[in-house]
Design a protein around this ligand. Structure first.
Ligand code: SF4
Length: 248
């Protein structure tokens, strides 16, 4: 796999220097993660059990987009993911912080108007709901493996994903998504995001004292990109299935 990653970095990047950087970042991340719970679980449950999908994913890696899409088509098999670190901190989210919950979508009302009114998760989630995409509040890499990657790989539950996350995670999550058959669009945070392995690792265990956010213009473009629900489908709402909010 490592040989293939090196090959990938040289082959797909527009410039050799950029390719080397991507490869180096991926290798560093993969090697460090192998010693962690997520890396070992990914190796054991994805790479070793699904070697063909792994090879296909490596070949496909790099085809997804980065930045807000011009148009996000929701519907079956689509997922919108938001980092838990987008939850407001002052006042804090009434659902708690490093978890998959949003009381707004569970109760259908602003659990705490002062927190929920301007919350990015509420605004993005309402757009996801409008266009028929599932909503997932991302916490740890291990949970993403259980809740998104394995259901996509083994049940084809998700085929497309629009994820807001720190740019530092793009290469490793992009590879994991490609292996699991998800065509992904990754939108970066601009503020409060993790920029090295140690802060990423802390956030992965729920220790994330900074609130992340996107650039205002980027956020507006993202919100405008969601296409509408088909006429006649009625007012949708979310039902929680495991850790994922599924439109119904
Ligand atoms: S809308 Fe935001 S602040 Fe309100 S419960 Fe959901 S995640 Fe928390």
């Amino acid at each position: 796999m490592i040989v293939l990653l090196v090959h990938y970095g040289r082959r797909r990047s527009p410039a050799a220097a950029e390719g080397s950087t991507v490869t180096a970042k991926l290798l560093t991340f993969c090697l460090r993660s192998l010693y962690r719970e997520y890396g070992a679980a990914f190796l054991r449950r994805v790479v070793l059990v699904h070697p063909v999908a792994t090879l296909r994913g490596i070949a496909r890696y790099g085809r997804g987009g980065i930045g807000e899409p011009e148009r996000w088509e929701g519907g079956e098999g689509s997922l919108v993911g938001v980092g838990f670190c987008l939850k407001p901190m002052a006042p804090g989210c009434p659902s708690g912080r490093a978890n998959h919950r949003c009381l707004f979508f569970e109760t259908g009302a602003e659990a705490d108007p002062a927190s929920c009114r301007d919350c990015s998760i509420r605004i993005i989630g309402q757009q996801a709901l409008r266009c028929g995409s599932a909503l997932y509040i991302m916490t740890s890499a291990r949970d993403i493996l259980e809740d998104v990657l394995l259901p996509a790989l083994e049940q084809r539950r998700f085929q497309r994903a629009l994820l807001t996350m720190c740019r530092y995670s793009f290469e490793p999550i992009g590879l994991a998504l490609a292996i699991c058959g998800i065509e992904a669009r990754l939108v970066p945070f601009a503020h409060g995001d993790c920029r090295d392995y140690s802060t990423w690792r802390r956030a992965d265990t729920g220790d994330k004292p900074e609130q992340t956010s996107m650039e205002a213009t980027s956020f507006q473009r993202l919100i405008s990109s969601f296409s509408g629900l088909e006429p006649g489908k009625g007012a949708p709402r979310f039902r929680k299935t495991g850790n994922v909010y599924q439109p119904c």
